[in-house]
Design a protein. Structure first.
Length: 101
């Protein structure tokens, strides 16, 4: 075990109000606290994964909806955008669905 960890453990043990508790019990309690913290972290990570999965599914659905809208749009209103560099690569974008034409 790292000497610094051992030293810090003894210093922490000696600084608490109830330092009459044997060091072995103190360390065991701290290890249990660490395990409980790790379990809470794991539970939060699982929640985050569920949120990410829902976000990805929602994003996929939105992208599909946009594709469907663009597929059936008649593109009756559009705007011409010039090439930003001043060249000849201008393009048209539908004002209704946003598709580049």
């Amino acid at each position: 075990m790292n000497k610094n960890i051992i030293k810090a453990t003894f210093e922490l043990h000696n600084s608490i109000e109830n330092k009459d508790k044997p060091i072995a019990d103190f360390v065991a309690d701290k290890l249990i606290e660490c395990r409980n913290i790790q379990r809470k972290i794991s539970a939060e990570e699982a929640k985050i994964r569920l949120i990410q999965e829902k976000y990805n599914a929602d994003l996929k659905m939105i992208k599909q909806n946009i594709e469907d809208i663009q597929l059936y749009c008649d593109h009756i209103s559009y705007t011409k955008f010039p090439d930003a560099s001043g060249g000849t690569d201008s393009y048209l974008r539908c004002d209704i669905c946003g598709k580049e034409l």
